[in-house]
Design a protein. Structure first.
Length: 93
């Protein structure tokens, strides 16, 4: 059974695992919800997987921590400009 479909485990006071862990954080260092934070990590390898007319698919291998690497894939796009003509009533022509 998939774990993400299971109901959250609750203790005898009705708290979920996240609530219980928050209680054990050191004083003055209470944890809030998880969030992404920008940080620079060294790129061990950079490879263009696909070169297209409009965009490229790129794969970078990131050195996240000692002994920990992962691949990140993203779309590299040169940018775009569009022009839309409208009349005096703001209708597209």
């Amino acid at each position: 059974m998939r774990r993400d479909l299971l109901p959250a485990a609750r203790d005898d006071r009705g708290r979920s695992g996240d609530d219980r862990r928050r209680d054990h954080a050191p004083a003055g260092r209470r944890r809030g919800p998880a969030r992404d934070e920008a940080d620079q990590r060294p790129v061990a390898a950079h490879r263009t997987v696909h070169e297209g007319m409009v965009w490229d698919l790129v794969r970078d291998t990131i050195d996240f921590a000692p002994g920990v690497r992962f691949d990140r894939e993203y779309i590299r796009h040169t940018g775009a400009v569009a022009v839309l003509a409208v009349d005096e009533a703001d209708r597209a022509c």
